[in-house]
Design a protein around this ligand. Structure first.
Ligand code: SF4
Length: 288
């Protein structure tokens, strides 16, 4: 099969940094328990790799993060995830005598600081309810919230005429546009804030270009927990193309793939390059 590997591919900056920070935390404190508060980023294979190094993962799907944080033994190390965290967690960690290490992505942090600087205009945050990044933002800066899952505005609109719209870093152009139009119908002078992270939009745009140049199907490599990876799948589906999603080569091999001549392989920002290349190489060997 002819395979077009969509670029960029490989870990984004925030994920690369979070991985390094977590590994360094274990090396720096070899005699202490090192906890990751929540999946450091959304990739089950990477989290397994970190567990194999001795890091203890507190999975947000099993227990609330605050509850997990309260249960960590005094003197341990806690690593906060790339998605950001409520700032009250720093106080809790301090009170519990924990050593704190922050792996929040710089773009996520910039988004929050930018919103704080413009707080006087009123902030409307566009994000997915329940996503760690969105929930951390709302905890740190209570504001009106536009949920892209339900397309609903939650909370009171800011009083000012020109509120600033700040969006979660992993949303698609379509989601932000839809939210913008809905907000503008209520606040005609609302302004859309700067896009902080190009890691996800550049992949989305490159995938659209690859599809428009002509492919018979799309393979999305990454975790079904990853918001930006799921967006890539949604984009492929919006073109009504056969679309397959797999975390890694093993999952890909287990799929029943129909014969096709040319396919695009795209990977999420939390998928490592080696996995994406292995998947592309496997697909190239099909239907020869
Ligand atoms: S997708 Fe962007 S904002 Fe999210 S972790 Fe990666 S670089 Fe940071």
């Amino acid at each position: 099969m002819e395979v077009k590997l969509v670029k960029p591919c490989g870990y984004c900056l925030g994920v690369t940094q979070a991985m390094k920070i977590a590994e360094k935390a274990k090396k720096s404190y070899p005699d202490k328990k090192v906890y990751l508060l929540g999946l450091l980023f959304h990739n089950e294979d990477a989290v397994k790799e970190l567990s194999s190094l001795g890091l203890i993962v507190l999975d947000e799907r099993k227990k609330g993060l605050k509850e997990s944080l309260l249960e960590i033994e005094e003197g341990s190390v806690v690593v906060f995830s790339a998605h950001g965290h409520p700032e009250e967690y720093n106080e809790i960690a301090k009170d519990h005598g924990l050593i704190q290490i922050d792996a929040t992505c710089c773009h996520v942090q910039e988004n929050l600081e930018y919103a704080r600087e413009n707080q006087d205009y009123g902030i409307i945050y566009v994000g997915a309810k329940g996503h760690l990044e969105a929930e951390a933002f709302r905890a740190n800066l209570p504001c009106c919230f536009y949920d892209v899952k339900s397309n609903e505005l939650l909370g009171e609109l800011p009083k000012g005429d020109e509120p600033l719209i700040v969006s979660q870093t992993t949303l698609s152009y379509e989601e932000v546009s839809r939210a913008f139009m809905a907000i503008r119908s209520l606040k005609p002078n609302a302004r859309l804030g700067k896009e902080r992270c190009l890691a996800t939009s550049s992949r989305q745009n490159a995938l659209k270009k690859a599809i428009e140049e002509g492919v018979d199907g799309v393979f999305v490599i990454g975790s079904s927990l990853s918001s930006n990876t799921k967006k890539l799948r949604d984009i492929a589906l919006s073109y009504h193309l056969p679309t397959f999603m797999a975390l890694n080569e093993d999952e890909l091999r287990s799929l029943d793939i129909p014969e096709m001549k040319k396919a695009a392989v795209v990977s999420g920002a939390s998928t490592d390059i080696a996995t994406a290349l292995r998947c592309a190489s496997y697909l190239k060997g099909l239907f020869l």
